[in-house]
Write a protein that binds this ligand. Structure first.
Ligand code: ADP
Length: 296
């Protein structure tokens, strides 16, 4: 069982011929809403891949909140830990032009209402989880508190440090796996070079650093060894939620006691599949789809 403590958003996607200029009004050619938010993406990705998942987070008492709650339930994520607050639900306005360039505005909204007290109140939901996954779209203080509290209860902790921000040094020794992409790694470590960045994080006390490398796949490094994951070539059209899918798939594979090499391959295949469809939770693959890509 996996618990996810993190964000839930509604993505509003506007497709336009070109991005609007300052002061300009444009008509969009297409519009749709797709459930997103890194926390919810990881929870739904894990559920589609067959895991028993509990989500701890917050939504507003608005229409988006109702839709997002219903969506999580349909995807078989346990939502007992999702509170409803007076703040509007988290959302993102995404504008995409013909070339695929975008501008994105994220309003954290109710995601910032996830407090230390809420984690304490919902601890019973996490009791039988082996792993807890965090990201950085909820307040850093809550993430820090949650990691400390759950680590003390013997849980294993995966932190996906996205969107990247500097973390307190005291947090690193509590993290079993940290999963930055290359940009996030250089921000966290303060060095550009990937190998040096990884070593810097290991020195801070993280057990395992897994770096996602886009189409090049991923690597996992701990004190003893470096493991490379086999990348999968796909026709990528939208990389939204590739990282989130990768994280969920990695944990599921490790929970099935796969070797790190096989776990990275499974996660790379899942991440690759998420790039072949538009949108966040509209693009998450099932276990069967991942198995098929690996077999090819
Ligand atoms: P993020 O989406 O967080 O920036 P990455 O771009 O590194 O992270 O993608 C996460 C994972 O998804 C990668 O490690 C890889 O396995 C897979 N992936 C992403 N982009 C592609 C791509 N163009 N082709 C194949 N796999 C991809």
């Amino acid at each position: 069982k996996i618990a996810v403590i993190g964000s839930i958003n509604m993505d509003m996607i506007f497709q336009v011929k070109r991005l609007p200029q300052k002061g300009e009004t444009l008509l969009a050619d297409h519009y749709r809403t797709v459930p997103g938010g890194k926390g919810a993406n990881q929870a739904v990705a894990a559920a589609r891949l067959g895991a028993d998942v509990t989500m701890i987070g917050a939504l507003g008492k608005d229409g988006f909140g109702d839709q997002l709650m219903e969506h999580l339930n349909i995807e078989k994520v346990n939502t007992e830990g999702v509170m409803r607050t007076e703040t509007p639900s988290g959302n993102a306005s995404i504008t995409i032009d013909k070339e695929g360039h975008n501008t994105i505005m994220v309003y954290p909204g109710a995601n910032y209402d996830v407090t230390e007290k809420w984690i304490d109140d919902k601890l019973y939901l996490v009791e039988d989880a082996e792993w807890v996954m965090f990201q950085l779209e909820t307040p850093l203080l809550t993430v820090e508190y949650g990691i400390k509290r759950l680590k003390a209860l013997g849980k294993r902790i995966l932190l996906n440090p996205a969107p990247a921000q500097i973390l307190p040094d005291s947090l690193y020794p509590l993290i079993d796996i940290i999963t930055p992409n290359e940009t996030e790694l250089s921000l966290l470590s303060g060095v550009e070079n990937t190998d040096m960045g990884v070593q810097a994080l290991l020195k801070k006390g993280v057990n395992q650093v897994v770096v996602t490398l886009g189409e090049k796949g991923s690597i996992a490094v701990n004190e003893d060894k470096t493991t490379k994951g086999k990348p999968f070539a796909v026709h990528a059209i939208d990389t939204t939620a590739a990282g989130d899918t990768f994280n969920a798939a990695l944990l599921i594979a490790l929970m099935k006691e796969k070797s790190m090499t096989d776990a990275l391959s499974f996660a790379n295949a899942a991440g690759a599949l998420a790039t072949t469809k538009m949108g966040a939770q509209s693009s998450l693959p099932t276990d069967l789809e991942v198995q098929e890509l690996i077999k090819k």
